[in-house]
Design a protein around this ligand. Structure first.
Ligand SMILES: NC(=O)c1ccc[n+]([C@@H]2O[C@H](COP(=O)([O-])OP(=O)(O)OC[C@H]3O[C@@H](n4cnc5c(N)ncnc54)[C@H](O)[C@@H]3O)[C@@H](O)[C@H]2O)c1
Length: 410
């Protein structure tokens, strides 16, 4: 490794970028935050204070940030989905290496333009497919690669979204409408398609999907319900109450910015009265599916079933890999590998690895590999931009299949 720390800029200092920047805090000898961009003055100020940045390296506008070359090596792009394409193209033009939040972009055309620019400039773009950098998901790949279970025949993959995440993100929140964001298969399950491609060592040949927005629309609203939970006579008995989620249980509140002189409680009440997160789940502008299934036939013959469930208390993934001589069952706590011949099982326990959470371990692993990539000491298994875009392509085809009722050949 070179002696000098890698210098990165954060474009967007929100929930995701902060996760990656934890690595900067922990390993200042490897990486420094040299500049930050955020249109939210509170967030910008917070980053400036935390990382001790001079004013000249703090930008409220993305255009101002790219207006002149800066002494940086790379950028972490953690802006909302519609602000991935522009900053990524500009970063490549400036010669900065990119860690880019998923989705790569909201359309396939823009994804392909980013790929082309990255190839032309010969500058890598690393997509935040964070699960790829997690020891648990890597272990699954290494068990398959051992060969003792024989050929992979089929995959059953279940994504439990969790009801709180569903109402926060996919009913009231930023990813609730495919016209303004993306289909839920891309927003939520692009990680899963990428894992399936990785585990099978192949790509989908044909996809078929069905699913719909079954529950979260006006026809299911209780009689007498109001447009907002704070005005609703059904609030106390409703399992989807925003007041219960944010104020009583205090879940999903980290993304609300608290201005000076206000408390989180004040901000949340203001949101309940006027903001999108205080809306009744039956009266939102959402259109994305709330349950969906996908069947895929891979080019190498592996068959895949993926189920996305929003109606689950907890979130998490259950992965079953069926091989010719044995099977693997992975539930995020452990991986159980059973051999048909010996009829014995080996158990790999991951509860301690996933502290404080599976996502945090994955996020830190992602930043670690990104930084290592500047010195060519990264894990050879890191996904290429091309493979990330392949998984996006599958997600768009899945949505086409769901909407048309047809199988789509890829
Ligand atoms: N890899 C994953 O597992 C994963 C998980 C969740 C979200 N995401 C993706 O990460 C991205 C960021 O999501 P988040 O939850 O951190 O959102 P966020 O809202 O917490 O952060 C986005 C930040 O960008 C800033 N911003 C918005 N517009 C801007 C502009 N014009 N100029 C400069 N800054 C601007 C906002 O002020 C905010 O601080 C999204 O694309 C999302 O889809 C990825």
């Amino acid at each position: 490794m070179s002696d000098k720390p890698v210098r990165v800029a954060a474009i967007g200092y929100g929930n995701r970028s902060r996760k990656y920047l934890q690595y900067v805090e922990e390993y200042p000898d490897q990486v420094q935050l040299a500049a930050v961009v955020d249109s939210n003055p509170l967030r910008l100020h917070e980053a400036q204070k935390k990382f001790g940045l001079d004013d000249q390296y703090c930008f409220s506008s993305i255009d101002d940030f790219f207006a002149q070359p800066l002494p940086i090596d790379g950028v972490v792009i953690g802006t909302p989905d519609h602000l991935h394409y522009g900053p990524c193209m500009a970063a490549l033009d400036m010669g900065y290496r990119v860690l880019l939040e998923k989705p790569v972009s909201q359309t396939l055309e823009e994804c392909e333009q980013i790929l082309l620019r990255s190839e032309e400039r010969q500058i890598p773009v690393t997509v935040c497919y964070v699960l790829r950098y997690h020891p648990y998901f890597k272990k699954l790949k290494s068990i398959l690669a051992r060969g003792d279970l024989g050929r992979l025949i089929s995959i059953n993959h279940t994504v439990n979204v969790g009801i709180d995440r569903t109402t926060h993100s996919y009913v009231r929140g930023l990813w609730n409408n495919s016209n303004t964001s993306t289909p839920i298969m891309l927003a939520k399950c692009c990680h899963d398609i990428d894992l399936i491609n990785w585990y099978s060592g192949s790509r989908p040949k044909r996809v078929f999907s069905s699913g719909s927005l079954t529950w979260f629309h006006g026809k299911n609203a209780p009689k007498d319900s109001a447009r907002r939970c704070c005005d609703c006579p059904c609030e106390e008995s409703c399992p989807f109450s925003a007041i219960d989620l944010y104020l009583r249980r205090g879940e999903w509140t980290k993304n609300f910015t608290v201005p000076n002189g206000m408390t989180l409680h004040d901000v949340l009440w203001e949101e309940m009265r006027h903001g999108p997160y205080g809306r009744c789940v039956y009266h939102c502008d959402n259109n994305v599916a709330d349950h969906q299934i996908l069947s895929m036939e891979m080019e190498n013959g592996v068959l895949v079933n993926l189920t996305m469930n929003c109606f689950t208390l907890n979130d998490g993934r259950l992965i079953e890999l069926k091989c010719a001589f044995g099977e693997i069952v992975a539930n995020e706590h452990s991986i159980i590998v059973t051999n048909f011949k010996t009829q014995k099982s080996e158990v790999h326990d991951f509860d301690s690895t996933n502290q404080p959470s599976l996502h945090v371990t994955a996020d830190i692993g992602t930043m670690k590999e990104f930084i290592a990539s500047f010195n060519h000491t990264c894990d050879e298994d890191i996904p290429s931009l091309q493979s990330a875009i392949d998984s996006h392509k599958t997600c768009f085809a899945t949505e086409e299949s769901r909407l048309t009722g047809r199988a789509i050949e890829l």
